[in-house]
Design a protein around this ligand. Structure first.
Ligand code: IVH
Length: 673
């Protein structure tokens, strides 16, 4: 692309964004991105002055006013400020000012916040507000007098004395953050559209054709100067001028200050940057102005901006970038978090490449697709976040995000409880992402109580791959341990001894040690007491789990999901094989029998019981009665003339009992037939 083509493209792009921003209050790109386009155009035009033309967006400010409002020609153009981001740019500004003024010493500056609102001009005649206008394109703006009269911090009559007969005050209309939050809450209540930020809310409110609507919006005003009307009797410096404006009834920034030289400017910037988040209104930088008004006049203007002032902007807190992918992070507790992988973008002073998307619902709510262009925000020390998508920039190839059905780290089933926003990996004992957490919990004092197995050691054992699951602990040898950093032979020996000791435990501790979600010590004790053996617990369905005191549907579901994950069962088997053991007890009488959780098939004619009666009795005791014999069948109850089912039972090695044995089981409870 030739330089002139690039210039033409840039101009068209910038004009389009001007209209989006100024006319439609619907910016498509961030300020920083816009600034970048603008600076590129400025640079090209400076390099190739023959290509500069009067209709370039660099030669004017903003876009045309909306047609519905009357247009107002500003007595002197409302220009904008040049921006500085780096300290060197501020130093260059200060140097230019000193050179321009042939100053011998340091220059006095008036420093003030750069309000993030909308520039307006207020005309007073004989102390009465006669007209208020927006900046518009800088030369002409919109007559929004009726709307501005509703803004309570704008004086309708000047107060005090000494004001000139004709006065044009310039300043910024904005919305305080707290007012903005309240207003958006109200919009939400009335099911009306919410505003993106206080600046857009202020712009939208000021642009209302019906001033009654504006009146209900919490707009405020800060004055930062006067228009170019040659007013007699104005003070000699900008800072005293603002003092006067305050006396006449205008709000001025309490944070404004007179500072000396470059060091004064930078110190002011640092202070305001630190206080930024605690200010009640949004600012996007600070503004430095040569304090002496006569000196300002001597320095004058160059194209669109004054030479006597500059905006020292904070790093942009919002930027536009591409959502390259959404990946899944598995946390220490098994929570699956979608993470936005972003094309690197400089925002809030750092380069951002990732942002958490919290959970699946958040991705849906924000309507994010992989391939989208998104607005990313990072304010101060705050973690970067994806604020919103730019739907108009969605490419055809964009694709929706779906939560994977299995854990990307270990392949275990992913589960999400209906009342929870978070999806979790169910392979708690097995999943590498949850390893350290699982091991620490397993070894903790109230679980299997393995003394000496602390944070650091678990970290080492996992990092060097010696231990992956709790079962691996029981395979540790002196050699492997002694080779670890900072591990003396004696402490290795002690650790092995306490691992050995931990093998003798109780069922309650063992259940607790598994680290099943929502299963704390008390629940583990209840489960142990109720079922008496691990196998009975493993075999219990949700209905049977619900019979345990204090076990509700969520805990029952967590238990089932944990035991349904084959990876977890594998580890449990390995633990038992390693010799982890306890004394099984009788299950508590009221609910569990030997029948509980067992699968029965009835076949043939029983001597006294009807088939229905036998079925009812078995089910009442917690058993399950099915129609056909399989490997899952625990008992076949056979009467006379039993046919193919009996045969199949024999074939599969399923235990066959008769009515007498069945009744014995039902009466004697736990003793297995
Ligand atoms: S002085 C000749 N002071 O920033 C321009 N402007 O890019 C004199 N702004 O549209 C402007 N806070 O609306 C000045 N304390 C402040 C300001 C401020 C915000 C806005 C202003 C203007 C833009 C300049």
């Amino acid at each position: 692309m030739s330089v002139s083509e690039r210039i033409r493209t840039l101009r068209a792009e910038i004009e389009r964004h001007n209209r989006q921003y100024f006319d439609l209050d619907a910016p498509l790109i961030s300020d920083a991105e816009y600034d970048q386009l603008f600076r590129e155009l400025q640079a090209l035009e400076a390099e190739h002055p023959q290509l500069l033309s009067a209709d370039s967006p660099t030669q004017r400010v903003g876009a045309a006013p909306l047609s519905e409002f009357a247009t107002v020609a500003h007595a002197t153009p409302m220009l904008s400020l040049n921006n500085a981001f780096a300290e060197a740019e501020v130093a260059a500004f200060d140097r230019r000012v000193r050179e321009g003024l042939a100053a011998i010493g340091e220059v006095e500056y008036a420093a003030e916040p750069k309000f993030d609102g909308l520039a307006i001009s207020l005309n007073y005649e004989q102390g009465v507000l006669v007209r208020g206008a927006t900046r518009g394109d800088g030369a002409t703006g919109e007559d929004v007098t009726a709307n501005l009269r509703t803004v309570r911090s704008i004086p309708l009559h000047l107060q005090g004395s000494g004001w000139p007969a004709v006065l044009e005050v310039r300043g910024e209309v904005l919305m305080w953050r707290s007012d903005f939050e309240r207003m958006n809450a109200r919009q939400r209540e009335h099911a009306e559209k919410e505003f993106v930020n206080p600046r857009n809310a202020a712009a939208g409110s000021l642009r209302q054709l019906d001033p009654r609507i504006t009146a209900r919006r919490p707009l405020r005003f800060f004055a930062y100067g006067v228009g170019g009307i040659a007013a007699t009797g104005l003070p000699a410096t900008h800072s005293v001028l603002l003092d006067r404006l305050a006396e006449w009834g205008f709000p001025v920034a309490p944070e404004r200050r007179r500072v000396t030289g470059l060091t004064g400017l930078i110190a002011y910037y640092v202070e305001i940057a630190r206080r930024r988040e605690s200010l009640p209104y949004a600012i996007d930088g600070v503004v430095y102005k040569v304090d002496d008004l006569a000196a300002q006049e001597r320095l004058g203007f160059v194209s669109r901006a004054p030479r006597f002032a500059i905006a020292h902007k904070f790093p942009a807190e919002e930027a536009v970038t591409e959502l390259l992918d959404i990946s899944i992070q598995v946390g220490r507790t098994g929570a699956l978090t979608p993470v936005a992988r972003l094309a690197p973008v400089f925002v809030g002073g750092v380069t951002v490449t990732n942002a958490t998307l919290h959970n699946e619902d958040e991705v849906l709510r924000k309507d994010l697709c992989i391939g989208d262009t998104v607005v990313v925000r990072r304010a101060g020390d705050v973690i970067p976040e994806v604020v919103r998508v730019l739907p108009e920039r969605r490419p055809a190839v964009a694709r929706r995000f779906v939560m994977p059905p299995t854990c990307p780290v270990c392949g275990s089933q992913v589960v999400r409880h209906p009342d929870e926003a978070v999806a979790r990996c169910s392979g708690g004992l097995y999943c590498p992402a949850q390893r350290k957490q699982a091991l620490l919990h397993f070894a903790s004092r109230r679980a299997l109580d393995i003394e000496g197995l602390g944070d650091k050691l678990v970290e080492q054992l996992v990092e060097c791959g010696i231990v992956r699951t709790p079962a691996d602990l029981y395979r540790l040898g002196l050699l492997a341990l002694a080779n670890l950093e900072r591990m003396a032979e004696k402490s290795a020996g002690n650790l092995l001894a306490s691992i050995e000791q931990s093998k003798q435990t109780t069922l309650a501790r063992f259940i607790y040690a598994l680290g099943i979600r929502n299963v704390g010590e008390a629940t583990a004790r209840d489960l142990a007491r109720h079922f008496g053996s691990l196998d009975r617990l493993l075999a219990a369905d949700e209905g049977q789990l619900l019979q345990v005191p204090d076990v509700g549907p969520i805990v029952a579901q967590c238990l089932r999901q944990f035991f349904d994950e084959p990876h977890n069962l594998e580890v449990i088997e390995q633990l038992r094989a390693a010799g982890v053991a306890w004394h099984d007890s009788e299950p508590s009488a009221q609910t569990v029998s030997a029948v509980a959780g067992k699968v029965f098939v009835l076949t043939g004619t029983l001597p006294s019981l009807t088939r229905d009666a036998a079925k009812a009795m078995l089910e009442a005791a917690g058993g399950k009665v099915t129609g056909s014999v399989s490997k899952k069948t625990d008992f076949v109850v056979a009467g006379t003339e039993a046919g193919s089912k009996l045969e199949k039972a024999r074939l599969l090695g399923v235990k066959v009992i008769d009515e007498e044995q069945l009744l014995a089981v039902l009466n004697t409870g736990p003793a297995a037939p």
